[in-house]
Write a protein that binds this ligand. Structure first.
Ligand code: NAD
Ligand code: G3P
Length: 339
């Protein structure tokens, strides 16, 4: 049994706290807002994000970071991506040498385009970072619906420690050492999920969505390989696995925001209506800027960028994608990835 602190009490942090407590660990769940923490304590339920699911006895609640860090064997970070740097900075003074931090948030930092493990490492140089990603909606994990994820760390022995802590008969965990590939897959799929929602909101068909997902995966892999990730990682749980769940599930915040945009709402209106964190919007900007500077072709991401940030109508973006030059399906670029 381990002492585990989960930093961030949105839907995902809460679901993972519930699961880890059911696995037999002592869990402390940290909330950004004191009121949020008090409500969790009072109702033993996360009413806004996971209504109807009770926290087991093994979970305690706090809004004090110091008490979360000091006695924890493992710390799990689950804030929205935009809050990871500040949260890590605030944690840094309480972290012991070699402390394992498992990041389960998905996204890229705005401006720097850094992966979240890199951001954590920059703020807490004495810790060891593991990332967990894959197809896992909080609504299902909190209700013990069978799920598989992957934990990635350059040190496979550390990944195995986390695999043992998280695994249970309904949550199967694989290990991987391609940290960059796992993080990029989990982040970039949110952009394609937004587009899949737009396709649904426009009332287009299953053919359209299958095309978007397939070619979207090609773009994700192409950027990933150009940045140093392994191509095969994108064919795994954190790549195609998460892409499938996010593009098809009504639980997906990114897809739900996309549906509203496809129905004619602005990205701001869509984000406000979904209420929960929609990571794909910011990640789209980061992906476009990364692709531009690496000279990588990402036509879907480019069109999504125009819709999200330049006011282009989704119908025009679709027309642009369908009207591109003729291609051979498995055309390779200089890195051997499919164009
Ligand atoms: N929800 C899921 O099913 C799921 C699954 C896997 C990964 N994720 C990822 O986990 C991360 C968190 O998503 P979520 O769905 O739990 O979010 P959420 O929308 O359910 O909750 C957002 C939480 O962030 C808190 N918050 C707001 N501003 C903050 C700040 N500045 N600092 C710290 N906390 C702040 C809010 O108080 C709230 O508790 C995202 O990166 C998301 O992509 C979510
Ligand atoms: O609800 P979304 O779109 O933020 O996706 C959540 C998870 O990343 C799914 O694995």
């Amino acid at each position: 049994m381990a002492n585990i602190s989960v930093i961030g009490s949105g839907g995902w942090g809460s679901a993972v706290a519930i699961m880890l407590a059911k696995n037999g660990h002592r869990v402390t769940l940290w909330s950004y807002l004191k009121e949020e923490s008090e409500d969790l304590k009072k109702y033993r339920e996360n009413k806004p994000f996971l209504p109807g699911v009770k926290f087991p006895d093994g979970v305690r609640f706090t809004s004090e970071l110091s008490e979360c860090c000091q006695d924890a064997d493992v710390i799990v970070t689950a804030t929205p991506s935009h809050a990871i740097r500040t949260t890590a900075k605030n944690m840094s003074g309480f972290i012991k040498d070699g402390q394992i931090i498992v990041n389960i948030s998905k996204g890229l930092e705005e401006g720097t385009h850094s992966t979240l493990s890199k951001v954590i490492k920059e703020e807490i140089p004495n810790c060891e970072v593991v990332v967990m990603s894959g197809p896992s909606h909080a609504e299902e994990v909190s209700r013990d619906i069978p799920t598989t994820n992957v934990v990635a760390c350059e040190n496979c022995e550390t990944a195995k420690i986390i695999q043992d802590i998280f695994m249970n008969p309904n949550f199967r965990v694989y290990t991987n050492t391609d940290v960059l590939g796992v993080e990029l897959g989990g982040s970039l799929k949110n952009v394609i999920a937004l587009c899949a929602g737009i396709v649904d909101g426009m009332g287009l068909g299953d053919n359209t969505k299958a095309a978007l997902m397939t070619r979207g995966l090609v773009e994700m892999s192409r950027l990933g390989v150009a940045l140093g990730a392994k191509h095969e990682t994108f064919n795994g749980l954190s790549g195609v696995g998460d892409l499938i769940v996010t593009c098809t599930s009504m639980h997906s915040r990114n897809r739900r925001a996309g549906i509203l945009i496809g129905q004619g709402k602005t990205p701001e209106q869509a984000r406000d209506e979904v209420k929960m964190v929609v990571e794909g919007i910011k990640t789209c900007r980061a992906a476009k800027e990364l692709a531009d500077s690496a000279g990588v072709e990402m036509p879907i991401v480019n069109e999504a960028y125009k819709v999200l940030f330049e006011g282009m109508a989704p119908g025009m973006a679709l027309k642009n994608l369908m009207g591109r030059d003729k291609k051979h399906e498995t055309e390779m670029d200089f890195l051997g990835t499919v164009k």
